[in-house]
Design a protein around this ligand. Structure first.
Ligand SMILES: Nc1nc2c(ncn2[C@@H]2O[C@H](COP(=O)(O)OP(=O)(O)OP(=O)(O)O)[C@@H](O)[C@H]2O)c(=O)[nH]1
Ligand SMILES: [Mg+2]
Length: 285
């Protein structure tokens, strides 16, 4: 399966992002903790240049904790700040605010040394579709948050939201789409729900997922669906069809329906905490 897809509107988004980046001090780059490689955009590194970047490993509640910690180390070794989050959970604000404050500390000190009053850190949230940007912004902004009004140079009425005295947040997120050569990237993005299902063959996608899970997490599959991990991916999909009673009128397994169900159960964490990518995986360049 080859999903090589770079939506046309992403070019426009990139230009907009470039413009917005000039206004901010810190980017919170959300990556999907289940697929940190496929969900990050190498281009952002170039776009950001001297800006501070904090990697936010979101949806970490759905990922394998051991692997997530390996990724945290990986990013730290690259000199990046990194935090693990579940944007849906309560209590995430403090974690993000502390990371922002500590990332901004140096710049604030520089301003002070030059005799200038440190202003609040200006922060933007960026990440691929469906990674949790809006959820995070809503959490940070909260109900009582005050919009601080337009800043000069901000186009199309962008607003800054005062998160607290020391942090202002751009109210619209930057959407990033990784341009990918490696077909695995497209497959992982589709499996985790970042690419609309309509454009991808669900059965192929589910078979690929099963292949991965049979290899990496056979015990989780067995715990949920039973069966034998010695089965091949197509055999296991048939097995799930039979145990779930997903059968067509003629008695054949309804593989399409089972595929959709399997993907849904994976995405919502019902199969367990699963990571599809490790920092040590070989990557096709
Ligand atoms: N389990 C889990 N679900 C999350 C987390 N963050 C976001 N979600 C869910 O993921 C889905 C997408 O979240 P959004 O905040 O809409 O994502 P987005 O990045 O704004 O998406 P676009 O606006 O389409 O680019 C929603 O159903 C959220 O509830 C998380 O940390 N854990
Ligand atoms: Mg959104």
């Amino acid at each position: 399966m080859n999903i090589n897809w770079y939506p046309g509107h992403m070019k426009k988004t990139e230009a907009l992002l470039k413009e917005q980046i000039q206004l901010i001090d810190i980017v919170l780059e959300l990556v999907d903790a289940r697929i940190p490689r496929s969900s990050s955009n190498p281009k952002l590194e170039l776009l950001l240049r001297q800006k501070k970047r904090i990697i936010v490993m979101n949806k970490s509640d759905l990922a394998d904790e051991i692997v997530t910690n390996e990724w945290c180390e990986y990013f730290k070794n690259k000199g990046l700040d990194v935090i693990k989050t579940n944007a849906v959970a309560a209590g995430i604000n403090r974690l993000v605010q502390e990371a922002v404050k500590s990332a901004y500390h140096e710049k604030a000190a520089q301003l002070l040394a030059r005799g200038r009053k440190p202003r609040p850190a200006r922060v933007m949230v960026a990440g691929i579709p469906n990674v949790g940007k809006s959820t995070l912004i809503n959490q940070l902004a909260g109900k009582g948050s005050a919009k601080t009004g337009d800043k000069p140079g901000v186009t199309r009425g962008k607003q800054w939201i005062k998160v607290h005295n020391q942090i202002e947040l751009l109210d619209t997120p930057g959407i990033l789409w990784p341009k990918f050569e490696d077909p695995v990237t497209g497959i992982h993005l589709a499996q985790t729900g970042a690419i609309r299902d309509e454009i991808v063959d669900q059965e192929e996608l589910a078979l690929d997922l099963l292949k991965t899970l049979l290899k990496l997490y056979p015990e989780l599959l067995r715990a949920r669906y039973g069966g034998s991990a010695a089965l091949s991916a197509p055999e296991y999909l048939e097995w799930i069809s039979s145990v779930r009673g997903s059968i067509l009128r003629g008695g054949e397994p309804d593989l399409k329906r089972t595929a959709v169900m399997l993907l849904d159960e994976f995405r919502s964490g019902k199969i367990g905490k699963i990571s599809l990518e490790k920092p040590t995986d070989e990557v096709v360049k």
